[in-house]
Structures are given as structure tokens and as C-alpha cells.
Design a protein around this ligand. Structure first.
Ligand SMILES: Cc1ncc(COP(=O)(O)O)c(C=O)c1O
Length: 434
């Protein structure tokens, strides 16, 4: 595959942008590539790069594109919104509509605030939890990512792990001290900490972690979190930036029937435009300014174009709820076929899967937490990535991410994916001298 022009743009890019990219995983560095591909256009399940190559896309912009790229209805709504004006700095009725729609799909949410990113929403939710409980510490889980605000950057999953770090530099000791991290899914450690810790304002987690590769939670663990948070007056925050509107219309909280106190959303609710949201119980949310004294604001919060794209996307999903069952079925079939190939080629790999998400972990041990994910084989993943790329398939350029299947993926894509995986497994065996 010729990707020469991408290489040239990357040369240029590095001179003006740190590392040549605006978000680190995009650099393809961790999968041992010299430069990423630069994308020109996208449609449905496909991406097209500057060298004219076509790819089946398994990233889906890291989650937002559940319906595929440039869905006709979403595109129409966006075009209409553009004609009406792009940003007013004053409220619009559409924002109210989106808030009402989110509330309808998430009964745990009485009130919701829109933001410009998931990072901002998670940061605001934590601040709110601190104000509400008048306690300072936060509990999070190793490998769960909640954006890049200081207190949430401790042991924060994919973006950092991809480059071999667990924490970011530039965070004060005080902030580190106020962030307690625990291994995901470990009930004993959770109980131990909660029995001795009186200062915890919130527990924040991705109920379906997807930033250390995809991890499937135990229902019992989520239930325990709910019970303990109620018992100890701790705010339970579900970060559903990925799982929201993805694993089901009502997110992981609907799927596992657990009611968090606050929910963080993003990605799909902006239909491909910058967005985030945090919402939850009325008595907590009414502490946000101008009702209360917890400050949150944003020049582009509730931006009309993002809101129009989000509204149309959610309306499509709501009108066609069968999308979720069909996507689950298609992805499960794909995963079963990958598992058959794992057996056929005797590859040390396992697959975690839920809804339209999956991760292939190159390890024969089931991956249940960050420690397991870190122990998987980097070299095998890199071979898999490069072989897929060569075959015109974009899979995550990091072993710590999930594959995102969309409504636009068709049989041709699935057949291409399976053929690509088979070829990559042959390459992995060749590399290891088998
Ligand atoms: C679970 C989760 N929370 C928060 C974020 C941060 O969202 P954003 O990138 O919109 O700031 C992400 C981003 O990938 C995420 O996966």
C-alpha cells in the first residue's frame, strides 16, 4: 500500500504540532509505525486517506460514529443547522430538546448540562461530587480513562499506557494524594479501602471499561459499588462517554440495571461533533451555577451544530432500537469467527466483546483488568495492526483500545475483516518462527 503522501504530511506536521498529531494515539507510534495515515474523507464504514487508499474503519472516531460516517439524516440536520448560524452564546430550544431526550433515555438523570468534551464533563462531575459531599478524595480504577483533567489523569488508561506511562507529568502531589486508584473488578480491595477511607467524595468508573482494551464488568461488582456508595454517602459517577448510547440506548446503566448518582456522556450525543454532558440527581445538579455555587461554563457548550447532530443521531437510534440487537448479533458473529481463527492458527489470544465493541488481546489468559492488559503481547498486536492496515482495514493503533463496529458495516466489511485477521495471524506465526 502506498502511503507516501501521509509520510510527507507527517514530516511537515511534526514541525508545527507536538508529535505531529492533536491526540497522541493517532501518531501510530505505539504500533511501531513511522507515521500515521492522514484522512481526507469518510463515508459509511469507510475512510479514505490522502494517498487515495480506502479502509474499512474499526475506530469510528473512537466511538461517536455508531451510525457510520456522514449518515444522510445526520448530515441533513447539520446542514440545516449551519444555515441557521453556528454559535450564539445564548440558549437555543434545541439544547432543551437534547436534554429532554437524554433524560428520557437515562432515567437516573433529572437534569443535565452540556459541555464541549468528555474531559470537561468528567472534570465538572467530580467537582460537583466534592461540593455535594463536602469531601475531597476521589476513587477511580486503574486503566479507566475519564479525560485529561488533573485528578483523573492518575493511572488513566489507553492514551498514557500506549506510551508506557501510568501517570502524566505536571500534576501536583496534592492532586495525586487526593486520587485513590484501585484495580478494576477487585471487590476485596474496594471494601478494604472504603472501610478505612472517610474522605471519598466520589467513585468514578467506566462501567464498561474500554480504555485498557475492552473489559467486561461483573454485574456483582457494579452492584457492590452502588451499595457501598449509598452506605458511605459517596457519589457514584458512571462515565458512559463510550458506553452511553453504545452498549444500549440507555447505556451500561440500563444494560446492568444499576442507577448511578451522576452520569458523564459524550461521543455519540454529539453525532461526530465536539460534545460532552454530565447529569444526574436533581439535588446534586442544582448545585451547578447559576442555581448553586459549583461553577461550570463554556463558550461553545450546547453548540447548535453539535446539538443538531446529536439530536438527529439519538432520534434515529430511538426510532430504530433494533439497531442494538442487530449490531450485537453481527459483532458476536464476527468475534466467533475470530475465535475460530485463533484456534485454527493456535494464536495466544482472547477476545472481549459486548454490543458493538470488542478487543483482541494477544494473551491466552482472559483479560479482566489493567495488569492483565499490560501483560499482553505488544509485538503480536503490532503485527496484527500493520497486517490489517496493509489489507485496507484500520484497527486501533494501540492494544489498549476497543474496536468499534457501526451500523454502516456491511457483509463486505465483515468478510474483509475476517480475511484480514486470518492473514495477520499467519504473519504472527511466521514472525515467531512457527
Ligand atoms: C470513557 C471516557 N471518558 C472521557 C473521555 C474524554 O472525552 P473527550 O475526548 O471528549 O474529552 C473519553 C475519551 O476517549 C473516554 O473514553
Amino acid at each position: 500500500m502506498n502511503i507516501k503522501k501521509s509520510g510527507e504530511i507527517f514530516e511537515r506536521s511534526q514541525k508545527s504540532i507536538p508529535g505531529g498529531v492533536n491526540s497522541p494515539v493517532r501518531a501510530f507510534k505505539s504500533v511501531d509505525r513511522q507515521y500515521p495515515i492522514f484522512i481526507e474523507t469518510a463515508k459509511g464504514s469507510r475512510l479514505y486517506d490522502v494517498d487515495g487508499n480506502e479502509y474499512t474503519d474499526c475506530i469510528g472516531s473512537w466511538g461517536p460514529m455508531l451510525l457510520g460516517h456522514n449518515n444522510e439524516r445526520v448530515l441533513e440536520a447539520v446542514k440545516k443547522s449551519l444555515d441557521e448560524g453556528t454559535s450564539f452564546g445564548l440558549p437555543t430550544e434545541k439544547e432543551v430538546e437534547l436534554a429532554e431526550l437524554i433524560k428520557e433515555c437515562y432515567p437516573s438523570i433529572d437534569k443535565v448540562r452540556l459541555t464541549t468534551s468528555g474531559t470537561e464533563a468528567a472534570m465538572a462531575a467530580v467537582r460537583l461530587a466534592r461540593a455535594y459531599t463536602q469531601k475531597n478524595k476521589i476513587i477511580k480504577f486503574e486503566g479507566c480513562y475519564h479525560g485529561h483533567s488533573d485528578s483523573l489523569m492518575v493511572k488513566a488508561g489507553s492514551g498514557l499506557l500506549t506510551f508506557g506511562h501510568q501517570d502524566s507529568n505536571g500534576i501536583t502531589e496534592g492532586v495525586m494524594k487526593d486520587t485513590i486508584t484501585l484495580p478494576f473488578g477487585n471487590s476485596e480491595k474496594l471494601i478494604e479501602i472504603l472501610d478505612s477511607e472517610e474522605e471519598a467524595a466520589c467513585i468514578i468508573l467506566e462501567p464498561v471499561p474500554a480504555n485498557m482494551g475492552l473489559i467486561i464488568p461483573e454485574e456483582g461488582f457494579l452492584k457492590l459499588l452502588r451499595e457501598k456508595c449509598t452506605e458511605k454517602n459517596i457519589v457514584l459517577i458512571f462515565d458512559e462517554v463510550i458506553s452511553g448510547f453504545r452498549v444500549s440506548l440507555g447505556g451500561a446503566q440500563e444494560l446492568f440495571n444499576i442507577t448511578p448518582d451522576l452520569t458523564v456522556l459524550g461521543k455519540i450525543i454529539g453525532g461526530g461533533f465536539p460534545v460532552g454532558a454530565f447529569g444526574g440527581k436533581k439535588e446534586i445538579m442544582d448545585m451547578v451555577a447559576p442555581v448553586g455555587n459549583v461553577y461550570h461554563a463554556g463558550t461553545l457548550s450546547g453548540n447548535p451544530v453539535s446539538v443538531s447532530a446529536g439530536l438527529e443521531t439519538i432520534n434515529i437510534l430511538k426510532e430504530n432500537r433494533e439497531i442494538y440487537n442487530t449490531l450485537e448479533k453481527r459483532t458476536k458473529e464476527l468475534v466467533l469467527r475470530i475465535e475460530e481463527l485463533i484456534e485454527k492458527y493456535n494464536i495466544k489470544a482472547t477476545v472481549n466483546h459486548i454490543g458493538s465493541l470488542y478487543t483482541i488481546f494477544f494473551s491466552d489468559k482472559k483479560v479482566e483488568n489493567l495488569e492483565d492488559a499490560m501483560a499482553t503481547d505488544d509485538k503480536a498486536y503490532n503485527t496484527y495492526f500493520s497486517s490489517m492496515l496493509e489489507d485496507g482495514i484500520i484497527v486501533p493503533p494501540s492494544k489498549y483500545e476497543a474496536h468499534f463496529i457501526s451500523w454502516a458495516h456491511n457483509n463486505e466489511d465483515f468478510e474483509k475483516l475476517i480475511a484480514g485477521v486470518e492473514k495477520s495471524f499467519i504473519a504472527i506465526n511466521q514472525n515467531s518462527g512457527r
